[in-house]
Design a protein around this ligand. Structure first.
Ligand SMILES: NC(=O)c1ccc[n+]([C@@H]2O[C@H](COP(=O)([O-])OP(=O)(O)OC[C@H]3O[C@@H](n4cnc5c(N)ncnc54)[C@H](OP(=O)(O)O)[C@@H]3O)[C@@H](O)[C@H]2O)c1
Length: 383
């Protein structure tokens, strides 16, 4: 029995993590669950999985969570401090970080500092604070959940880092693949979150539509696999079956394939270094007539180029880019800005930012605040 804490249990990755747990009776037990505000679902999950602890980050829901779990043995707490204490709790063997955004960085740092293994979905942890996270994550302390990084991680098992020549992160291209820039000007939030191959939370769905998601993943891969940006390429793989690939120095290429189903990389992260049976759909080879690979047109997807620029600049630049993106995506989803304002805002914020070479965590919090403020100011002026 592996004891797990799931941070962000009510989200897309969190819910699928609990599906994996339910599908493997006897393998995992839930120690604690945490969410932001979806209190009813959190309480249902805590009851179903007999969690020892449940934390709601938004303190306004403390009373409701307590009432809903009054007849159980689940200990209830609320607030950011309680969430961070949960991340560092010594009881579970593995912390699944399925939080979204910069809010996930501090729990990642605290879990690793406490010696926990982290199954990491929260890519923003590495984008904003890779230089703080990775020194704490030696010896496979982080197992990636992101399907592309899980693919690379799987291809690298038993390989030496020096044998890697380059990697390709595959991208679905999102809902707007093939559209021209003028056609994207009036793209709506409803269109942007309608992803062709994956069912995901709203923020990552918009990130997929702008291809900032791939940009964030390039930075995530830079930190996880210690690769220069020149060695990380992106190709659109429309079928979302080839999840990423590695080219080795002898010219051999290894890829990991599978149907688009996040429960597969989640289960791998939970059971690593072992593999367990799964009922996930298998590739229907007889019906598969092609696997296509296409380069990305940077004129339509400016966010990808901005992310490469932020990654190559380094220091606090990826953190400010991430903050501007989070804020811009939030404003787009609430109808305050247009789709193409997202890269405009990010570029504006990056151009204004004075890079700090090696920011510590409190400095990153300030950078995050600055990025959000500048993003809102720009939107206000243009609006
Ligand atoms: N979804 C995917 O298929 C997928 C694939 C690869 C990587 N990822 C990455 O995985 C992460 C999670 O994505 P997702 O799609 O699962 O997101 P999501 O559906 O929006 O879920 C986010 C979770 O985090 C909680 N949360 C949000 N803000 C919080 C805060 N400030 N404090 C505490 N909890 C907070 C939410 O709680 P409430 O429900 O209460 O709001 C929810 O449980 C992201 O970094 C994403 O890029 C996702």
């Amino acid at each position: 029995m592996k004891l797990l804490t799931v941070l962000g249990s009510t989200g897309s990755i969190g819910r699928q993590t609990l599906e994996v747990v339910a599908g493997n009776p006897g393998l995992f037990s839930i120690y604690a669950l945490a969410a932001n505000s979806r209190v009813k679902l959190l309480a249902e999950q805590a009851r179903r999985f007999k969690a020892k602890k449940a934390v709601i980050a938004d303190k306004r829901y403390y009373g409701e969570l307590k009432n809903r779990l009054a007849d159980t043995n689940t200990k209830v707490a609320a607030g950011r401090t309680a969430l961070c204490e949960l991340a560092a709790d010594m009881q579970p063997q593995l912390v699944v970080n399925a939080l979204v955004g910069f809010a996930g960085l501090e729990p990642t740092l605290l879990a690793l500092q406490a010696g926990k293994k982290v199954a990491l979905a929260n890519k923003e942890s590495l984008v904003a604070g890779g230089h703080l996270v990775m020194p704490l994550a030696m010896e496979n302390k982080i197992i990636p959940i992101d399907s592309e990084h899980s693919a690379i991680f799987q291809c690298l098992q038993g390989e030496r880092a020096e044998s890697v020549e380059s990697i390709v992160l595959t991208a679905s291209g999102g809902p707007f693949w093939g559209r021209t820039v003028p056609e994207l000007e009036n793209a709506t939030p409803e269109e942007a979150i309608r992803h062709p191959n994956w069912r995901m939370g709203k923020k990552i769905s918009v990130d997929s539509a702008t291809m900032m998601n791939k940009g964030l993943e390039v930075i995530e891969a830079h930190w996880l696999f210690k690769l220069d940006y020149d060695k990380i390429k992106v190709l659109v793989q429309r079928e979302s079956i080839v999840h990423s690939l590695v080219t080795f120095i002898d010219g051999a290429v290894l890829a990991q394939l599978g149907m688009p189903d996040m429960r597969v990389p989640i289960q791998y992260a939970l059971t690593y270094p072992q593999r367990m049976t799964s009922s996930a759909a298998r590739i229907p080879w007889s019906k598969l007539d092609k696997l296509s690979f296409t380069p990305v047109r940077e004129d339509s997807f400016a966010c990808l180029a901005l992310a490469y620029r932020a990654g190559r600049t380094g220091g606090s630049m990826p953190a400010v880019m991430n903050a501007a993106n989070e804020e811009a995506v939030g404003m787009f989803l609430s109808g305050k800005i247009k789709f193409l304002d997202i890269p405009r805002i990010i570029e504006f914020v990056m151009n204004k930012h004075k890079v700090i070479a090696v920011p510590d965590y409190s400095c990153l919090v300030e950078v995050d605040r600055e990025g959000r403020l500048l993003a809102r100011e720009y939107a206000k002026k243009k609006g």
